[in-house]
Design a protein around this ligand. Structure first.
Ligand SMILES: Nc1ncnc2c1ncn2[C@@H]1O[C@H](COP(=O)(O)OP(=O)(O)OP(=O)(O)O)[C@@H](O)[C@H]1O
Length: 561
């Protein structure tokens, strides 16, 4: 509302300025214009003690322009603030909606696409808002000029109005192209970010394989795609500006001719009209340019608002701010669980029923794609199965309990994440403000007490994503962080598969020591984990193929081949 008020005020000063100008010309020409608006302006000036002389009018004109500049300055500041407030607010809404969405909806999204949406497209939305407000300002100023022109010479102004409308209509095709180019820009931005992320993520591999040039040419292609979309839009803008200028000049010449020869408009008014139209044309041109920029940004806005609507529709139901922790005393059961991902012929899980006893270690094994991670996602409560149930101590985990159940679980994926900062800060993520003794105990339990021997101990800084530590060290710190949570259930999803035998054995030893106190689920391909497990579940093509102690299951597998 503030921006609108400032825009209207700035525009009104433009209109009044013109009226002052016509009055000035009348004074110079010696004939005062007999017009209600002009005489009102003169009356206001008289009230302010400013005489309707050349000096008085010139002084009023300069003061008015100064006022206009001050208001314009304030408006520009407000527009900039509004632009960022809008984009930042939308960014925050999108991120909140993303965090609150069901994992099943989030999982297929590529991180680079989400980053592109939150960074690049959101900035473009901000620029669109800026253009929209500039369009509003240009239209308001044009209306003020037109208002002043109507006061001075209504007939001629109507001709101007109609012909300006015709020019704008003629540019409709240019605007349609601006929209299509905006859509192209969205897909080009997305593919650039994706290509950059892939290439940066695989620099090490590129060096080893010696295919840096291939990466370079892929990035070059993606950059060229973005540049082409931007250049096409710049060409589109320049073309519309050039067309507008030529048509504007031709029309101005026509109006002056009509004013002089046909409508016999008095000279001071005609001169003022020339000024009005000479100022009006760039304003309308600016309005067209800003409008076209706004249209170009519309696909980015559509992308962002579609994403926001879809993530809100995928909102995890029954989210409460204070979830009740779910206790586990006897067993976790899956009953006839079936899960199918969209676009896949075969269900990822088909009628799977398993029991995981509390305090025991369960290993889920099977080849790649057998459904191990999907099974873990259902046990965690991240995904609700299409059919079947998750029971904890015989009670279904659904509604608000699902959130409470997730809070009691620690999950360690293969690609663990350490935040940049100290080891202590990383451990605090699991239990803020945990005392020294608990930290040391968790590190010992996770076989990560090497940390205590580092020169800076718990205050050792670790780089981005845990740089400066070996894979095994990172994994053990992550295990200590998971244990600090004092989880009811600990899930290690392929957590040792990237480690060497010695490191993997260390982690498994630490896990084996949890037997009796924590329920553990180990997911993996290797028998090493199965050996320490009380129970092994073997998955094959989405079905449970065997279940029991490793000795029994391995015999069964050997028999069936
Ligand atoms: N988000 C998803 N969208 C579509 N299909 C998926 C999705 N996640 C998994 N799948 C498919 O479901 C099946 C089971 O996948 P899952 O990740 O559970 O197997 P897995 O046994 O854990 O495999 P791996 O050992 O390779 O991690 C696979 O065919 C996989 O392609």
């Amino acid at each position: 509302a503030g921006v609108l008020l400032l825009t209207i005020t700035a525009s009104a000063t433009e209109g009044v300025g013109i009226v002052l100008l016509v009055q000035l010309l009348s004074v110079i020409g010696g004939a005062l214009t007999d017009n209600v608006v002009v005489s009102s302006v003169v009356a206001v000036l008289a009230y302010l003690g400013i005489p309707a002389t050349a000096e008085g009018l010139l002084g009023a004109f300069v003061s008015l322009i100064a006022l206009q500049s001050v208001v314009g300055y304030a408006r520009d500041q407000s527009v900039a603030r509004l632009q960022f407030d809008f984009a930042d607010g939308l960014r925050q809404d999108c991120f909140e909606a993303l965090l609150s969405a069901e994992w099943r909806w989030i999982a297929p999204h590529r991180p680079a696409d989400l980053a592109n949406l939150m960074l690049v497209e959101m900035n473009r939305v901000g620029l669109g808002v800026q253009s929209g407000l500039a369009l509003l300002a240009a239209v308001a100023a044009a209306l003020a000029y037109l208002g002043a022109a109507l006061v001075i010479a209504s007939g001629l102004t109507l001709v101007v109005l109609v012909s300006s409308g015709v020019i704008l209509l003629a540019l409709a095709r240019v605007n349609r192209e601006a929209y299509a180019l905006g859509q192209l820009q969205v897909s080009a931005n997305r593919s650039l970010l994706q290509t950059l992320q892939d290439s940066i993520g695989s620099i090490k591999l590129a060096k080893v394989l010696g295919n840096e040039r291939r990466h370079l040419s892929r990035v070059k292609e993606a950059v060229a795609e973005v540049r082409d979309a931007q250049l096409s839009f710049a060409r589109n803008s320049s073309l519309s500006r050039a067309l507008f200028q030529v048509c504007g000049a031709a029309l101005l010449a026509l109006y002056v001719y009509l004013g002089l020869k046909v409508l016999a408009v008095p000279l001071p008014e005609l001169l003022t009209l020339v000024i009005v139209f000479a100022r009006l044309m760039p304003l309308l041109m600016n309005a067209q340019q800003q409008g076209s920029r706004c249209i170009n940004m519309l696909p980015a806005f559509a992308e962002v608002s579609d994403f926001l609507a879809a993530s809100r529709a995928a909102r995890q139901a029954d989210v409460t701010s204070e979830p009740r922790p779910v206790q586990l005393a006897q067993a976790i059961e899956l009953l006839d669980v079936t899960l199918a991902y969209p676009g896949r012929d075969r269900p990822a899980l088909e009628a799977v029923s398993v029991t995981i006893e509390a305090g025991k270690i369960t290993a889920i094994m099977g080849p790649s794609g057998a459904g191990k991670s999907s099974l873990a996602d259902i046990i965690i409560g991240l995904i609700t199965p299409d059919a079947g149930q998750l029971l904890v101590d015989g009670k279904p985990v659904s509604g608000a309990d699902r959130q409470g159940w997730m809070r009691t679980i620690a999950y360690m994926p293969q690609e663990i994440f350490l935040f940049p900062g100290t080891i202590r800060e990383n451990l605090f993520w699991a239990r803020p403000g945990a005392d020294e003794a608990s930290l040391v105990l968790a590190l010992r339990q996770a076989s990560a007490d090497f940390v205590l021997d580092l020169p800076e101990g718990l205050d050792t800084q670790i780089g981005q994503a845990g740089a400066g530590l070996s894979g095994g060290e990172r994994q053990r710190i992550a295990l200590a962080r998971a244990l600090l949570q004092q989880p009811v259930l600990l899930i290690l999803d392929e957590a040792t598969s990237a480690l060497d035998a010695a490191n993997s054995a260390r982690i498994l030893e630490a896990v084996a020591a949890l037997r009796g106190s924590t329920t553990v689920v180990l997911i993996g391909h290797t028998p090493a984990a199965a050996v320490i497990a009380d129970q092994v579940l073997v998955m094959l093509e989405g079905r449970l193929a065997a279940a029991g102690p490793w000795a029994q299951v391995s015999d069964q597998l050997a028999q069936t081949g």
